[in-house]
Design a protein around this ligand. Structure first.
Ligand code: MN
Ligand code: MN
Length: 293
């Protein structure tokens, strides 16, 4: 673990969150928000650890504008931002209410307070089920449901989801969280508390070493390996570099199993969803929330 780079990624993510909060307005094009956030991350010396997720209302996660997307910010907007420094990631999210809706505000407050409860409590001896229980009880006490099949995760170098799951409910897992880098991310909803797969998101990651016959697709693949390694990237970025031929190459590589395309995640009963997320480093010195002061 490179603590210095982890801390640096967290610091950049904090600044990008403050910047994002200052620019996002109802009616602003999502693509403009996404491009501005990408540019800010680079300006501050980081790289995006994944395409910023801008997910509205019942879309819980895995939504990012395509190159030709003209949808605008509205409703209950989740902004999930990833920054990496040499593969060491910070993963943080906030939610804004763009329609001055009382229930939206309470959903946001429930997600934020559940995250605070979990972060206050967590240490290397914490049982995973205990963290989940804190989050679950916090959310239910506000009259909402946690999304049971979305969870936090351990993070490794160039590996955003490194294997360990940090539940948003008491899932009975007696294992301790231990030392490492973790994202904790409660999702609250006024729906049933589950997400299902929606349409393809345009967010991909490299999933297998394969060969492509087409020489242009090979060039795109080499670029993906070089730029993103195994971290998620999006069609918008590939379009910028390779234009519409890049889109064809993505399709080919998805069909041959080299790339995995994430589906959007939609609340199963179309409930609205709010999210809060921070990254926390737990080591022998204790814990440090890298994405918060
Ligand atoms: Mn995230
Ligand atoms: Mn995460």
């Amino acid at each position: 673990m490179d603590t210095e780079k982890i801390i640096e990624a967290g610091k950049i993510a904090r600044e990008v969150v403050a910047y994002a909060k200052s620019i996002i307005k109802s009616g602003m094009k999502l693509i403009e928000i996404a491009d501005s956030i990408d540019a800010k991350i680079l300006e501050l010396g980081g790289k995006p650890a994944f395409p910023v997720n801008l997910s509205v209302d019942d879309v819980a996660a895995h939504s990012t504008p395509a190159w030709n997307d003209d949808s605008v910010a509205s409703g209950l907007l989740k902004v999930d931002i990833g920054v990496h420094v040499d593969g060491w990631c910070a993963d943080t999210a906030f939610t804004v209410d763009l329609e001055s809706d009382e229930e939206n505000k309470r959903l946001i407050e429930a997600a934020e307070s559940a995250l605070d409860l979990a972060l206050e409590e967590v240490n290397k001896k914490s049982k995973l089920r205990g963290i989940g229980k804190k989050i679950e009880e916090g959310i239910k006490s506000k009259g909402f449901s946690p999304v049971v099949n979305l969870s936090g995760h351990s993070i490794d170098r160039y590996e955003l989801h490194a294997g360990l799951t940090i539940p948003n409910v008491d899932n009975g897992n007696e294992n301790e969280i231990g030392e490492g880098l973790f994202a904790i991310e409660p999702f609250t909803t006024n729906g049933i508390g589950k997400v299902k797969d929606g349409k393809p998101s345009g967010i991909y990651h490299l999933q297998s070493e394969g060969n492509v016959r087409d020489s242009f697709a090979r060039e795109v693949l080499a670029y993906i390996k070089e730029e993103y390694n195994t971290l998620p990237f999006c069609s918008r970025w590939i379009y910028k570099k390779f234009s519409s031929r890049g889109m064809l190459a993505l399709r080919q590589m998805k069909q041959s199993g080299i790339l995995y395309e994430y589906p959007q995640l939609i609340e199963a009963e179309k409930g609205r969803v709010a999210q809060a997320e921070h990254t926390v480093l737990i080591n022998k010195d204790g814990k440090k929330i890298t994405t918060s002061l």
